[in-house]
Design a protein around this ligand. Structure first.
Ligand code: PLP
Ligand code: COI
Length: 365
């Protein structure tokens, strides 16, 4: 049983919201993921009742049992999308239907209930109805939305939970990397892999990120910003970064990105970049891409640019690559022309500064 397509939301306004003056001060320099809006969405699921009790509550702590299944067996999934301030003063979402569908696929992989697409979209709109003033208006800033679902059943047996909670919280954000919009240095992990064939790599589940932290700590230790994960079998093919997909730009104008093997998160930004690049006349090839190619083609100069992409990272140039075997730069280590153009075009679409030719933008207000 799932139900829930037309649930009524009960709205409990925050009795002590952040004042306009304080919010303006916070929004001036939001950082990433450390500030939260005044409200959150909560929807309950029970196996025998389906989706029920949809609420918008004041953002705040929730009380859970120490025997709640998610705390023990990590049955948890999440999504990440942004609300953008538009040139005409409105607010928009970018391809939120794709996030809704990926959330359903992640739920299936983690033996959780499917949240109907309409309910996913409505939940986000309900939150934006009350927290719209939290959408930052300056360049490179947006309101990051974090829908998530976890096994809330109080039970220690290992089986799919019969009760789940779906929630949405929202966080005003600037650039994901603390250095701002600058080329990053990535660390190639040879100790750790992220996802193996048959595993959960293409699901957006919290456990994938927990498993990436030791490698990410290694990256930070080596003075890098992000980890590059290689495939778990041959340890030579580039999968993706800890929280982003990756693209390579060649001297003949073509782009290469690792094909979706089942171990890679199918990024919505990735898919959008493929479309935009093809429309701009670039050939885009999805195929296995080896670490050796990356090194050799950077050395020969055939590889002109590399970039990471994702909702949080938007499009971020990769300037240098480090591994225990040594280090190299991609071209001059700066932001390449194709990377810069794709980034500007994507942001222009998201912020309503250019025509939405693909029907990707969903206007909220
Ligand atoms: N890969 C991983 C592991 C991610 O966490 C993300 C971020 O969501 C992405 C790729 C990019 O996905 P998207 O473009 O849908 O945000
Ligand atoms: C995103 O881009 O939405 C991500 O999930 C990456 C990271 C913040 C986990």
């Amino acid at each position: 049983m799932s139900g829930g397509d037309s649930l009524a939301f009960e709205i409990s306004p925050n009795p002590a919201p952040v004042s306009d003056v304080e919010r303006a001060a916070l929004l001036a320099d939001p950082g990433f993921g450390r500030l939260f809006t005044d409200h959150m969405v909560v929807i309950k699921y029970q196996k025998d009742k389906g989706w029920h009790e949809a609420r918008v509550d004041p953002h705040g702590p929730i009380s859970v049992s120490p025997a709640m299944a998610a705390l023990h067996y990590a049955q948890e999934i999440f999504e990440g999308l942004k609300a953008y301030h538009c040139a005409d003063g409105g607010v928009s979402l970018f391809r939120p239907d794709e996030n809704a569908r990926r959330f359903q696929r992640s739920a299936e992989r983690m033996s959780m209930p499917r949240l109907p697409e309409e309910l996913f979209l409505t939940s986000i709109e309900k939150l934006l109805d009350v927290d719209r003033a939290w959408v930052p208006t300056q360049d490179e800033a947006s309101l990051y939305l974090r829908p998530f679902m976890f096994a809330s059943e109080v039970f220690l047996g290992v089986r799919p939970a019969h009760e789940c909670l779906y929630m949405v919280i929202a966080s005003p954000v600037g650039p994901y990397f603390s250095g701002g919009v600058q080329p990053v240095t990535v660390w190639v992990s040879d100790n750790y892999t992220r996802a193996a064939p048959g595993g959960t790599g293409e699901a957006k589940c919290g456990g994938n990120y927990a498993a990436s932290l030791a490698a990410q700590a290694e990256a930070i230790e080596a003075g890098c910003d992000q980890v590059v994960f290689l495939d778990a079998v041959e340890r030579q093919w580039v999968d993706e970064l800890g929280g982003m997909n990756v693209f390579y730009v060649y001297d003949d104008g073509s782009l290469v990105t690792p094909s979706l093997t089942g171990s890679i998160l199918p990024g919505i930004t990735r898919e959008s970049v493929i479309t935009l690049a093809r429309e701009a006349g670039h050939e885009v090839i999805e195929r296995p891409y080896s670490m050796r190619e990356w090194r050799d083609d950077a050395a020969s100069g055939r590889l002109r640019e590399a970039f990471a992409c994702g909702t949080a990272a938007v499009i971020t140039p990769i300037g240098a690559v480090k591994s225990p075997a040594g280090q190299f730069t991609v071209a001059d280590g700066g932001t390449g022309e194709v990377t810069g153009k794709l980034r500007a075009e994507l942001l222009d679409i998201q912020h309503g500064r250019t025509e939405d030719r693909h029907g990707w933008v969903r206007r909220i207000a």
